[in-house]
Design a protein around this ligand. Sequence first.
Ligand code: KG4
Ligand code: ZN
Length: 337
Amino acid sequence: MRVLGIETSCDETGIAIYDTEQGLLSHALYSQVKLHADYGGVVPELASRDHVRKTLPLIRKALADANLTAADIDGVAYTAGPGLIGALLVGATIGRSLAFGWNVPAVGVHHMEGHLLAPMLEEKQPEFPFIALLVSGGHTQLVQVDGIGEYILLGESVDDAAGEAFDKTAKLLGLDYPGGPRLAAMADKGVADRFVFPRPMTDKPGLNFSFSGLKTAAAQAIAKNGKDAQTQADIARAFQDAVVDTLIIKCQRALKQTGLNRLVVAGGVSANVRLRAMLEETMHKRGGEVFYPRSEFCTDNGAMIAFAGAQRLVAQQTADLEVKVRPRWPLTELAPL
Ligand code: KG4
Ligand code: ZN
């Protein structure tokens, strides 16, 4: 089955074609980063309008890149939530309409299920069950994954998501939106342990996270210690080390609690090189395995939506003709495959 995937939940238009026998045939991405940079964050209405401009041209490109025409598509998958309502509606309306016009089934995909399954686009794939650490701009969650659609939420952030904390701290350091990757680059030049920030909620049992205090710790360090480039890099380093350490402590706790030793890490922050290196080391030490998507599929993309949608379409879980999106949509409400 050949599935067209459409991702428009936030500030990236992602399109891909996934074939259940041949794998990923093509993918195309347009990032709106430049459009939102002047505002220091995503402006929802601008995001929706840009998705209107970019979605169909990118679909044409993805088809051409794969040497296919519309007649070769057997199903359409679009992100139906969670995300910005206007942005979601653009992808969902286009996806649902194309499927109707082409007389093929359609399915609305949960964005975080897309992230969670993205490692399955790689050669090294996790077997069920496993623990997933989902770290994006909007979510930080630890999930026990027993199968597709079989998700037990073990813990989540009580305030800022990890990516959000990266972005807000980057802003304090004078970095442009989206600051996460920029802060990470800055941290590479920082000296370890000149500043040491707390590892929030690691002294108490439980698997929830809280990252908003780290932003405050960084703000205080910036205010107190001046703003020369080296000090800023040292603060970026302290922030990144605190986030990475905290995530690793909680992952180990989740693995211990469930008796599992396979870990999947996905979502934008899983592109963080330091996080990947530290997780690799940690999982190696405990004789376990860690899986993540290739870097370009850590952040939002169409490939993960085409893949997740294909699994559901093959299982004949299809959407009716109504265009339905859910800006808020708990992962645990999904049906098993
Ligand atoms: O998954 P994603 O593309 O969008 C959401 O679903 O939210 O995640 C975007 C988030 C942003 O907060 C961005 O700053 C962060 O992922 N991010 C990073 C890195 N690359 C992206 N954070 C830290 N280090 C990175 N290398
Ligand atoms: Zn995402």
